[in-house]
Design a protein around this ligand. Structure first.
Ligand SMILES: *Cc1c(COP(=O)(O)O)cnc(C)c1O
Length: 431
């Protein structure tokens, strides 16, 4: 399998785009080598510039739960485009999608649309601060909430101290207001609240973490977060940008029966077009302008093409049996991969929830960022390339979840597992 055209396209891109990509993980730094440039896609597969076809286990990092170029989505976008691509004035399409969100996500009474997950979390944070009159935010190490300054903060030296900027360009002042704690550790959160009982505006969490690889909450963890936030008067924000409409119609909050005050959404909600959203309790959401004083806006927010793609996607997901199919795909994938790793004696921690899947190459059980980091990233990189050469596109990093879609039928999943068996056999023969 040659990728000459992808390599040439990457050289061209690098001349005019920093690193040749518009989002860093696409550059393959986590696995080495040069990224695959996409020509077109359909269903569970995409084809690169050289004509190689891959089974896609990334699916645009989550949005494409119906598969690539799903016919109803494409038609809805085409029809919307023919009526005008943006107006900057309200349309009924926005209410249609909002009604679906309110009907599906248990804690959301009112919702506002924006254009990315980053905008959603950034706006939810401002809303939480404005509503509570408090400044500080608690986040958990390894959770990703988009690239706004307040969330690009790592843990300070002590668990109760302020965070430190994770990137040049973020001020110490911003870092001071972000407290970073370990995931799955209620005692750490309790201690942070007790140290400053009146300063924490909100706790934001990926209720199932997808952004350090797939890491699940311990039994009682999410309910514990809920109880501590209520006790100390802070808002609980579930960042369901990845899990919303992915692990079930109502996201993690419905699966686990724990309701946050605010929820951030993205990815699936736009059906592959740029949509983010944040919503929750009406009394909080009504503090947003124009009703309230907390400002938030967007020229392309509620864009008619994006609303159409989102509406058709959520409607398709509400058809009977869809989430059962997605859950069965996750189960088949995970059981198949685990069987391959075990038969070859490769230590792994594999999990799934719905069509979100993940395997860490480590013998340690993974409950937080520190345990996730025990994974063998060098082996992952070799496995990734061995899979790529066999026509399977995995996430180009050990620390990312994988995504299946309704287009990943049983033969497709079995082909992924067969490729994994071949890949591991070849890797073990090489040492
Ligand atoms: C992807 C993601 C974001 C950021 O969304 P963008 O649309 O990339 O800005 C935020 N939170 C979580 C949990 C995500 O997975």
């Amino acid at each position: 399998m040659t990728r000459d055209r992808s390599n040439t396209a990457f050289e061209r891109a690098k001349r005019v785009i920093p690193g040749g990509v518009n989002s860093p993980v696409r550059a393959f730094k986590g696995v080495g080598g040069s990224p695959v440039f996409v020509r077109d896609a359909a269903g569970a597969r995409f084809t690169d510039l050289d004509g190689n076809t891959y089974i896609d286990c990334v699916m645009s990092w989550g949005p494409l739960i119906l598969g690539h170029a799903h016919r109803a989505v494409v038609e809805a976008v085409q029809q919307a485009a023919a009526r005008g691509t943006s107006y900057g004035a309200p349309t009924e399409a926005e209410s249609e999608l909002a009604e679906l969100v309110v009907a599906m996500v248990p804690s959301v009474e009112k919702v506002r649309f924006c254009s990315s997950g980053t905008e959603a979390t950034m706006s939810a944070l401002r809303l939480a601060r404005g509503f509570t009159g408090r400044a500080k935010v608690v986040k958990f190490a390894g959770c990703y909430h988009g690239h706004s300054d307040s969330f690009l903060i790592s843990a300070g030296s002590g668990a109760l101290t302020m965070g430190t900027p994770d990137s040049p360009g973020i001020t110490e002042g911003t870092a001071r207001d972000t407290i970073v704690l370990p995931y799955n550790d209620l005692a750490a959160l309790q201690a942070a609240f007790e140290a400053q009982p009146e300063s924490i505006a909100c706790v934001i969490v990926e209720p199932y973490v997808g952004n350090m690889g797939l890491v699940l909450p311990r039994a009682g963890y999410l309910a514990g977060l809920r109880a501590l936030c209520t006790q100390f008067g802070a808002l609980l924000i579930f960042d369901e940008v990845m899990t919303g409409f992915r692990v079930g119609p109502g996201g993690v909050q419905e699966r686990e029966g724990v309701l946050p005050d605010l929820t951030t959404l993205g990815k699936v909600i736009g059906g592959g077009l740029p949509v983010g959203a944040f919503g929750g309790r009406a009394d909080i959401m009504e503090q947003l302008s124009p009703l309230g004083a907390i400002y938030q806006a967007g020229t392309l927010s509620g864009n008619p093409l994006a609303m159409a793609a989102g509406r058709v996607t959520l409607q398709a997901l509400r058809e009977p049996g869809m989430y059962e199919r997605l859950e069965a795909a996750g189960a088949r994938f995970t059981a198949g991969m685990a069987e391959v790793f075990e038969r070859h004696g490769i230590p792994h921690q594999s999990a799934y929830r719905g069509s979100m899947v993940g395997s860490f190459f480590t013998a340690e059980s993974v409950v937080d960022l520190a345990s996730a980091k025990t994974a063998d990233t060098a082996f992952y990189a070799k496995f990734f390339h061995a899979m790529l050469d066999r026509g399977v596109y995995l996430a180009p990093s050990q620390f990312e979840a994988g995504f299946l879609s309704v287009a990943h039928d049983d033969p497709t999943i079995d082909a992924i597992v067969a490729a994994a068996d071949e890949a591991v056999t070849a890797l073990l023969a090489a040492v």
